[in-house]
Every structure is written in C-alpha cells, then in structure tokens.
Write a protein that binds this ligand. Structure first.
Ligand code: SF4
Ligand code: SF4
Length: 85
C-alpha cells in the first residue's frame, strides 16, 4: 500500500514537471522583439544586419516580421537608440 502511494506521488510529480515544461515552451507576446517607433530613428542598421530578412519597411516604419524572426538579437546589438525590445 505504501509503495503504491509513492508510485502515485512519483507519477504526479512527473506529470507536473511535464505540464510546467510545456507551458514554458509557449511564447508569450513579450518574448518577441518589436521596434519602438518613439525611439527608432530609421537608420536601417537593424534591416541591414538581420540574417533572416525579418525586418521590413511597411511604407511608414520598420517592422519585425514575427514569423521570420528567430530572436537572435543581432538587430538589438546594432541599434544605436536601443529601440528594439
Ligand atoms: S532578432 Fe535576429 S532574426 Fe529577429 S529581427 Fe533581429 S536580427 Fe532579425
Ligand atoms: S537600428 Fe534601431 S534606430 Fe535604426 S532602424 Fe533599426 S530600430 Fe530604428
């Protein structure tokens, strides 16, 4: 009886770790990089450096295409105004 209890306890913790792990893999919107229009001076450095062509000009401003961005951070590193968060 006691060993059954410990087995169930073990299964419970394994399931708990699995569920927490799965939840952490789902990106929340705050995980994505975005360009802050207020700070951006449209220098184009992020556009030039992005290895995945994930930054585009939409006619008004530079935007990050979230389906292309892999969050490598290269654009963040070159931005002179710290406009990418
Ligand atoms: S984080 Fe990387 S992939 Fe995403 S826009 Fe910046 S340079 Fe491109
Ligand atoms: S590097 Fe920074 S300031 Fe320059 S265009 Fe990109 S977001 Fe704007």
């Amino acid at each position: 009886m006691k060993s059954l209890f410990y087995k169930l306890l073990l299964i419970f913790f394994v399931l708990l770790i699995f569920i927490v792990g799965c939840k952490n893999k789902i990106n929340s919107p705050s995980d994505y990089f975005e360009i802050d229009d207020e700070s951006c001076i449209a220098c184009g450095k992020c556009y030039d450096v992005c290895p995945y062509n994930a930054i585009e000009f939409n006619g008004e401003k530079l935007i990050i295409i979230q389906t292309k961005c892999v969050q490598c951070g290269e654009c963040v590193a070159v931005c002179p105004t710290d406009a990418i968060h």
